[in-house]
Design a protein around this ligand. Structure first.
Ligand code: AMP
Ligand code: MG
Length: 408
């Protein structure tokens, strides 16, 4: 893998290295459409019908034949077409049909003239404009043609896909089984919320972040709680996770001072790489394989844990879940204040992006220490600063990445 002279592994190499090893899960189940929300399609979907299924009116108005309008005389209304109630009567020359939005256009219709461009005197309709052929007609299949591919396997079903599938009459879909992901926090200093803290203790906050992000990804979470820095208890937790889950995510215990401990244990149980990533926050990171589950060891510092989950674990879990994954767009913005940065690592600083008078502007959330969680909670984007870049002066252009689904 691409370690360079600094001994640090670039983020892109770490990602590629992980993704190359991971395979998507192939188990699937058929679910009624409403229950499939948030799940990942197991199969491509081709449209069983055309949308719209028939030529219909885009306006409330009158269906006309252009030849009838040529003389400029008023037309007589032959009848009415409503959505769900097509006009089925005769349509003699010199007549028009009153038509509502969504109603099928009667055979022979050349155009629909909107009501506002007509004058009605009883059944005699005068047309104030001359329509062009096809005006205000939505054509059969104009949105989706029968047989066309609409959604690809790997698509996560959201509020945007559900009505699309319903419009095709699809009542149930084949979706991938959700991933089961075990999590635990490590550290003798960690106490669960709802209990008092002794001197030297802190609350275990990482598990709440990791759980929330897993929930956002649609994974089933097996929460194994807090495991103290004790080899026997750690071992038992690793083995339980390996038996019961597809993947295990831990936080803490992978930094230089603590890694030896976990390292020994994990090397005995599986094949794990302990990496020093060329990113900030989030240098220490472990990835590998237990006998039956994938392992992701995140740093203990709360900001580092969230950022490495978002940047590295998210794409990896997406691949395991059979889900297509794209990172949020990156944009350019003007830094309104100087940003501290030393060359050597790719920085994911936390920023506040806003619309300024001359375009997008971004400022820092303050201290970027990886233990300062408010730097993340007050942010709405990453300020992504290139590895070799140094300090940023006010007014310089920087790359920003608005937070994606996991952090919203
Ligand atoms: P470690 O990676 O275990 O050396 O932890 C690095 C720092 O993150 C230490 O200050 C830990 O106390 C803190 N930390 C570790 N795990 C958690 C957690 N679950 N919640 C909050 N802080 C943590
Ligand atoms: Mg620790």
């Amino acid at each position: 893998m691409g370690f360079d002279t600094s001994g640090l592994l670039p983020l892109s190499d770490a990602l590629q290295g992980m993704l190359a090893q991971l395979d998507g899960c192939s188990e699937s189940e058929q679910l009624p459409l409403p229950e499939a929300l948030g799940r990942v399609l197991a199969m491509d979907i081709a449209s069983p019908l055309s949308v719209p299924p028939f030529d219909n009116s885009a306006m409330d108005g009158y269906a006309v034949r252009l030849a009838d309008l040529a003389g400029g005389a008023p037309l007589i209304m032959a009848g009415k077409a409503f959505a769900g109630q097509p006009y089925q009567g005769e349509w003699p020359a010199g007549h028009c049909v009153r038509i509502m939005t969504g109603a099928p256009v009667p055979a022979g219709t050349d155009a629909v003239v909107m009501q506002e461009e007509t004058q009605a005197d009883g059944d005699r309709i005068t047309f104030l404009t001359t329509p062009v052929p096809g005006q205000n007609i939505r054509r059969r299949g104009e949105d989706i043609r029968e047989g066309a591919s609409v959604l690809a396997a790997g698509t996560r079903l959201t509020a945007r896909e559900m009505p699309l599938l319903a419009s095709l009459g699809i009542a149930s879909v084949s979706v991938r089984r959700p991933l089961k992901v075990a999590i635990f926090s490590t550290g003798d200093e960690l106490k669960p919320v709802g209990t008092p803290l002794a001197h030297g203790d802190i609350y275990d906050s990482n598990r709440y972040g990791v759980r929330a992000m897993l929930d956002r990804m649609g994974c089933d979470c097996l929460d194994l709680g807090i495991i103290p820095d004790d080899p026997a208890q750690l071992r038992a937790a690793f083995l339980k996770a390996d038996r019961e889950a597809d993947a295990l995510i831990t936080t803490g215990g992978v930094s230089v001072g603590e890694a030896d401990f976990t390292k020994q244990l994990l090397e005995e149980l599986g094949e794990i790489g302990f990496w020093k990533l060329a990113i900030k926050p989030g240098k220490p990171f472990a990835f590998g394989r237990l006998p039956h589950a994938w392992f992701f060891g995140l740093p203990g510092n709360p900001v580092s844990a969230m950022v490495t989950f978002d940047q590295l674990v998210q794409p990896a879990l997406a691949k395991l879940a059979g889900q297509r994954f794209e990172r949020p767009l990156q944009l350019q913005a003007i830094a309104t204040e100087p940003l501290k940065k030393a060359p050597g690592r790719l920085d994911f600083q936390r920023g506040i992006l806003a619309q300024g008078q001359n375009g997008l502007e971004v400022r820092s959330t303050g201290s970027q220490d990886s233990a300062v969680f408010s730097s993340l909670s007050r942010a709405n984007c990453y300020i992504v600063l290139e590895r070799e870049r140094g300090r940023v002066a006010a007014g310089e252009t920087v790359t920003v990445e608005p937070f994606g689904g996991l952090l919203l």
